[in-house]
Design a protein. Structure first.
Length: 541
């Protein structure tokens, strides 16, 4: 059989050579051109691709955010789930040389951060959590956002806190996309060295769309690379400028917006009642019965439509009909659901959040939430790595250099910036089920109380301080709380408090002494043993 296959193969190859054709080779079908689909080639450099479309995509997304409720809702959902109402928290954890946490220095940094977070940026208009949300919003909408780190004395700049450190936030328009100088290795407003590291960024002194920009011209200043942060959405390796991640869903959002507008217009037109008079059989039509004016033109009839109106002015064979507009369209809701599901997948948000459609079972909603929360966690990690962590490191260094919070000698300088960034916690769909599950994990030793608090988005140290303060006040007022295990025997033994000796004469709530109850239990046991012996004797007999 193998010989026959070889003969057929050799025969087909020989036939192909005889006809001047090459034998078929193994290949990917998707790599071959076809008449059924358009063949696309993409060999453009990432920076050149950004140069062509970044500005147009940025303008389009800003238009959609201003005028389309779905686009604004998607961006707001991403900002709320990545940054949250209180921002991404920072828990200082400076380490000693032996690896332990320096609690005293951590408390000093925590206190200084609380003061600085009120006025972290140069305009003194936004607190730290709002600054994070503004940066994230520009990042999701425009594809990138920039921040300049201002440390020490700066001309004409006043600091509202003892720490001489502030942030200057600006959008992507401030960095010119068309500023190139090959002699200085400047591309799209960014200067790099031979290894591609950013050494400087050229920034306009005024916003390009402002009237002052026309007066002052295209004057730009150079900011050193170690004093500027770029929060960018980069799709390819080596890409300099960011492009909005919403680029792939812009057309779909435009289609949804256009269809909804057309349906609204159609619904308004359908609400305007339009009727016609059908003449009926031509043989019943009498031209002489039609009233005419002086010029012989038929006089138009006005028929009033009011509730309960009786129309008796129709001629023989005439009837009134209404134009059916087929509105509302019964398929619009299903079509809109499918489009929003695809748009939500491209944007990285859940369909329930984008469409505000929360129908489904508990298991289905939780599965969607679990799968979707990974995307929010990834965005949180990128935000921390590109922006929040460099800001925190500059904050700690400024505290040390300015003398506001000097670094202790026993702190390892390489680990002085160590901290824990606390992102948003996954919400609980059914609080009772979630609480019972975490309680079982903690009791079995598979999780810690601190982890549960972190998952709920609270600071364990703050919760501990609140518990100590509240329970101390409750004990001072002789209040017994069910959540306080100190009042139980186990809690008192763990606290080293000896339990009082048992007294047989102490009465219970119903007035019976403990000795009476023990004698009663003894009589019940004796009676049960007597009955058991009688049953055994009868069975033996």
């Amino acid at each position: 059989m193998a010989k026959d296959q070889k003969k057929r193969s050799a025969k087909s190859s020989g036939k192909a050579r005889a006809e001047g054709k090459k034998p078929p080779e193994a290949t990917y079908e998707a790599a071959e051109p076809s008449k059924q689909r358009k063949f696309r080639r993409d060999r453009v450099a990432p920076d050149q691709l950004v140069q062509r479309g970044a500005l147009a995509i940025r303008d389009q997304m800003r238009y959609l955010e201003r005028n389309h409720d779905i686009a604004r809702g998607i961006i707001r959902t991403m900002v709320n789930n990545v940054i949250g109402p209180n921002g991404i928290g920072i828990e200082p954890q400076p380490r000693r040389r032996d690896g332990t946490i320096h609690e005293e220095y951590a408390n000093v940094l925590r206190s200084m951060l609380r003061q600085w977070a009120r006025f972290p940026e140069v305009t003194h208009r936004h607190h730290f959590s709002k600054s994070q949300r503004l940066m994230a919003q520009a990042w999701f909408r425009d594809g990138e956002a920039w921040t300049q780190l201002l440390i020490g004395r700066v001309p004409n700049l006043t600091f509202r806190t003892p720490l001489p450190f502030a942030l200057e936030l600006f959008e992507a328009d401030m960095v010119p996309m068309d500023y190139d100088d090959p002699s200085l290795n400047i591309r799209q407003g960014i200067q790099r060295n031979a290894w591609g590291q950013i050494t400087g960024v050229y920034v306009y002194k005024t916003f390009p769309g402002d009237n002052n920009f026309l007066v002052r011209g295209t004057e730009a200043k150079r900011i050193p690379g170690d004093r500027i942060l770029q929060l960018a959405d980069l799709d390819r390796i080596g890409q300099l400028r960011g492009v909005s991640g919403m680029a792939s869903i812009i057309n779909r959002l435009e289609d949804v917006k256009d269809l909804e507008e057309s349906e609204r217009i159609a619904a308004k037109l359908a609400a305007r009642l339009t009727a016609y008079v059908r003449k009926g059989d031509p043989q019943l039509y009498n031209p002489e019965s039609v009233q005419t004016d002086d010029r012989g033109q038929p006089i138009q009839r006005d028929i009033a439509f009011d509730p309960g109106t009786i129309i008796d002015g129709l001629g023989a064979g005439e009837e009134i009909g209404l134009i059916d507009t087929k509105r509302p369209n019964p398929n619009i809701y299903t079509w809109r659901q499918g489009q929003l599901r695809a748009a939500a997948a491209g944007a990285g948000v859940s369909y329930s959040s984008a469409a505000r459609d929360y129908d489904g079972t508990y298991s289905g909603q939780r599965q969607e939430l679990v799968e979707q929360w990974v995307n929010y966690a990834v965005l949180t990690d990128e935000f921390v790595g590109q922006w929040l962590q460099p800001v925190w490191e500059a904050f700690v260094n400024t505290c040390d250099l300015s003398g506001v919070a000097p670094m202790p000698k026993d702190v390892d300088r390489a680990l002085a910036h160590d901290c824990l960034f606390v992102g948003q916690s996954m919400p609980w769909i059914d609080p009772m089920k979630e609480a019972q599950a975490w309680q079982m994990l903690v009791q079995c030793g598979f999780a810690s109380e601190v982890e549960v608090m972190r998952k709920r988005g609270v600071n364990p140290l703050d919760v501990l301080d609140q518990l100590v303060s509240w329970r101390t006040k409750a004990r001072e007022k002789n209040l017994v709380l069910t959540s306080d295990a100190w009042h139980t025997k186990v809690g008192q033994l763990a606290a080293g408090i000896p339990s009082p000796a048992a007294d047989d004469d102490d009465e219970d709530d119903d007035g019976a002494t403990k000795a009476d109850r023990r004698s009663m239990r003894a009589r019940w046991s004796a009676r049960a043993a007597y009955r058991a012996s009688r049953r055994a004797a009868r069975n033996h007999g």
